[in-house]
Design a protein around this ligand. Structure first.
Ligand SMILES: [Zn+2]
Length: 273
């Protein structure tokens, strides 16, 4: 499942292809949506923005196209009339004069009015997006202090998209490692400085992953592992996917445990409970 940084990079790619251009034709692979193509065709594509793991495509004076890739959806951009060879089912096509944006395989697609977004069953539950500029460390600190979040263990809390949107499984392990915190700790176990440091680390790690295309570990040791030809999964992250390998800070073996039904990797020495 892609996480916040990967989804934002897809949105960037789509914006480069069709933002600001007239959608000459919009079509859907699902019959119930086909009746609504006229509301978008001929209108300018204003923006494509991530909201949690969904994308919202806005059309000038038109509706908002909601798409969620779930596990299988895939966006592709191409020259007009030159879709890639694929056996996937085409679900959405946004065609401009010089670039097309095509969504394959996804089935979670809706055409909404701007005013419906706040009531949407998925969107309404989302916390602030960790990659948005206005999700500042200060705002995150306040959220960590809030009564509904402060007594929950960080291991589960960080994955909760209602707390903040954008953190998936690799980012959870990496944020906790770089913050030096055990997943068992709760916000209320931390002092003010530790909560502030966690908020800063959350932002820093997700921004790094966005910039680098998913690489969260930039130490010299990781760079050397990369140069030595180690498999990608061993140098991309500090702890995630590195079970049994030595921690690059202290040499302790990285452990893999299950937290909130998903794999979490940690160094017990650097992240004491
Ligand atoms: Zn360590």
């Amino acid at each position: 499942m892609p996480e916040g940084p990967e989804i934002r990079r897809v949105a960037d790619q789509l914006n480069r292809a069709v933002q600001g251009k007239i959608a000459e034709r919009v079509s859907f692979g699902q019959a119930h949506l086909e009746a609504r193509t006229g509301e978008m065709a001929g209108r300018r594509v204003l923006s494509i923005r991530p909201r949690g793991k969904a994308l919202l495509t806005r059309f000038e004076d038109g509706p908002v196209l909601y798409t969620h890739n779930q596990l299988y959806g895939k966006w592709v951009t191409c020259a007009p009339g030159k879709p890639p060879p694929t056996r996937r089912t085409l679900r959405v096509a946004i065609e401009t004069a010089d670039r097309w944006a095509l969504l394959y395989s996804a089935s979670d697609i809706e055409v909404l009015e701007e005013g419906e977004l706040d009531r949407h069953p998925f969107l309404a539950k989302l916390g602030p997006d960790l990659l948005e500029a206005d999700t500042t460390p200060r705002k995150l600190r306040k959220r960590l202090d809030a009564a509904r979040f402060r007594r929950r263990a960080l291991g589960g809390l960080l994955l909760d998209q209602g707390f903040v949107a954008g953190i998936g499984n690799y980012l959870r392990s990496e944020i906790l490692f770089f913050a030096g915190l055990s997943p068992k700790l709760r916000p209320e176990d931390l002092d003010d400085e530790e909560r502030a440091a966690l908020a800063r680390t959350m932002r820093a790690v997700i921004q790094r992953a966005y910039r680098t295309g998913g690489v969260t570990e930039l130490s010299q040791l990781a760079k050397r592992a990369r140069a030595a030809g180690e498999p990608r999964r061993f140098w991309r992250h500090a702890v995630f996917n590195r079970g049994g390998k030595p921690c690059r800070r202290c040499g302790t073996k990285i452990r893999r445990i299950l937290v909130a039904s998903r794999q979490l990797y940690l160094c017990r020495e650097c992240q004491p409970a």
